[in-house]
Ligand binder design. Sequence first.
Ligand SMILES: [Zn+2]
Length: 369
Amino acid sequence: MREKERDAAKPALMLGNTQFAQKNGLDVTKLRDWSFVHRVVGKDVIIAGHDHPSKAPTDNARRPNWDRVGTAKAAVDFARQFMGVRFLYPDLPGYTPVSGAAKIDLLALPAIEFLPMATMTVPESLNVTTTPLLRVNTAHPAGASFYDLAHNRFPRVDEQFGGHTWERAVPAELFAEHPEYFALISGSRLKPEGGRAQYCLSNADVQERIYRDLAGFFDKGYDSVDLGQPDGFRECQCEKCDALHGTGKGWSEKIWIFHRDVARRLEKSHPGRQVTMMSYILTAAPPKSFKPPRQRRPHPERRLDQRNPRRCESQPLACASRDSLHLFRHRATQQRHHLESQLRSQPRSAPRSHRLRDLVVLAHQHEHE
Ligand SMILES: [Zn+2]
């Protein structure tokens, strides 16, 4: 039902970026990735995520970029938490977006179970923003059914995944004009076969092309890109490649260092974006020469104020204690407050009160551990 058609006398579940949500100060565009909001306002419930198409174009139908259906995520979590709905296995085949559910009778589908519930109870104080820890968690074939979203199996939206990116950056066809881009093996440049190529990594044009390939994806709007060496890797035997990064014949380390430098350059040209790398065959072992980044001391105001925990509670996002025990206690306090508010909103006769009370006691113990 559309927002303007609702019967104002009846309570409503307000899905998505409604005028009602906006009037109540919710800006869904501020919700990162798959974050979502559950908020009770009067007799109504706002259930909303950030819905938007991918910023990046889909150029491979087998690896599509999905729309961000943040409100579908918000809705399945609400259904599970408050409506006794369980998502047992994928309700749609792979490659099918959540909109494909429109053709299915979800109530009759065995993939979705509805636990018997006489009434549905939502706490009056409900006002929670949830940010799933995962941004991407996809399989092949990718799916975005309600089952996937309920289990945080998130398809790619603005993330590029490719694996072997050098071949895309330096296509095999360039061999005719630039044999020097390709690996020197037993005294001659290796001619690519079937689109599979090996490279002379010390060649400046090759390095530049690998960087530009990824920069191009960021320019198209992707938030993260993948970087990786070719399958069936063969080492270039030229002298310059030997000398590259001072690793001699140690190609695992050579590739790690090269990839790190590409990532650093991208960090400068496209701040805030991310480069992902597969730990794969030659780079299965972690790099030996990398030093951990210098630990930045948290800003004094961002540390947990132990003497004045109320201050910290009022700024939970700014609280970044290095001491995990303090953070644990702090979370226990937050958890207790949340549980207590749930308890307050439950009628005394509610069957789960005991369980909630036990949890409050547990959280209390954790606070003082
Ligand atoms: Zn070389």
